[in-house]
Design a protein around this ligand. Structure first.
Ligand code: R2B
Ligand code: URA
Length: 309
């Protein structure tokens, strides 16, 4: 582990193997990935997962099942996409589907939920001796000055004061980690969107909050402690800081990818323009189509990387 100027651990990128940053794991006889209902003793993780090259995560269990079926079709793999099985059927915390070299997992809503999943995912990839893995978060978000339906590829994940950092409380003290994402993967994704030419796509900063309502400056929660003018001022400041969308998982995702030597990307569709309102008013069908956009973009990336295109 190298320490950077902030005293934080930085990945050395010496090899491309997924790295856990915890010496305690070496001395454990068994590692139980409790929220996946998997364990190093009861499952042969290298055999089950050793060939994984792409991991796609997203909040909703149904959406991540649909993504697994979609990528199955796109990669023209043998068998019926309808038959894919939830690897984590022993638990209803998260769902997980494996389609060739692609793993699709749900993470629920918010930093605590995705953070638990990422701890167990990174250990899983480590135990399975996976190499050269790219991790994508495919999500939804609120747009900041963008037309609904625009896809945002995250440059930096930023916190509530637009700083590219994630604060974690450890033993009662705050630890700060860097949240810059892989620039190469982001640019490659932007290139994919210009090849597809089916929906608008931008690169921008993504603000991660710990709440959907007051935390994102919404006026329509059960509580609201600020005025419409104060809301708009905050969104304007966010826009000036390069923020183009707001969601609830990107900072911890970026921080954990960075420390563990995983190339990570965040691709979220904006469901609305927050300068225009707070409620999500589009029809169900429109929202379903919007949520397919990050999937289409990442499927194109995967197909290119695998030499299909
Ligand atoms: C986007 O959508 C969810 C809230 O509706 C949350 O998980 C996020 O980041
Ligand atoms: N997800 C969020 O976190 N915020 C939005 O406004 C929409 C989706």
């Amino acid at each position: 582990i190298l320490l950077n100027h902030m005293g934080n651990e930085e990945n050395e990128y010496i090899n491309e193997q997924v790295q856990v940053k915890n010496p305690n794991l070496d001395t454990m006889e068994e590692d139980i990935l409790y929220h996946f209902s998997l364990s190093t003793k009861t499952h042969n993780l290298p055999e089950m997962f050793g060939d994984i090259k792409f991991v796609c995560v997203g909040g909703s269990a149904n959406r991540m099942k649909a993504f697994a079926q979609f990528i199955h079709q796109e990669l023209k793999l043998p068998g019926n996409p309808g038959d894919i099985k939830d690897i984590c059927e022993g638990t209803d915390r998260y769902c997980m589907y494996k389609v060739g070299p692609v793993l699709s997992i749900s993470h629920g809503m918010g930093v605590p939920s995705i953070s638990i999943m990422l701890h167990e995912l990174i250990k899983l990839l480590h135990h399975a001796q996976c190499r050269d893995v790219v991790l994508f978060r495919l999500g939804t978000s609120g747009g900041v000055g963008l037309a609904p339906g625009t896809v945002v590829i995250t440059e930096k994940a930023v916190d509530y004061s637009f700083r590219p950092q994630f604060e974690q409380v450890v033993l009662g003290k705050v630890i700060t980690r860097n949240t810059e994402l892989d620039e190469g993967v982001a640019n490659e994704l932007l290139q994919c969107s210009s090849e597809l030419q089916t929906f608008p796509t931008v690169i921008g900063n993504t603000m991660c909050t710990h709440d959907f309502y007051e935390g994102q400056g919404r006026l329509d929660g059960a509580l609201c402690s600020f005025s419409q003018e104060e809301k708009l001022e905050y969104l304007r400041k966010a826009y000036e800081a390069g923020v183009r969308n707001i969601e609830m998982e990107s900072t911890v995702f970026a921080a954990m990818c960075r420390v563990c030597g995983l190339k990570g990307a965040v691709v979220c569709v904006a469901l609305l323009n927050r300068f225009e309102g707070d409620q999500i008013t589009s029809s169900h069908d429109v929202l379903v189509e919007y949520q397919q956009r990050p999937q289409i973009l990442v499927a194109h990336f995967i197909k290119k990387r695998l030499g299909y295109i």
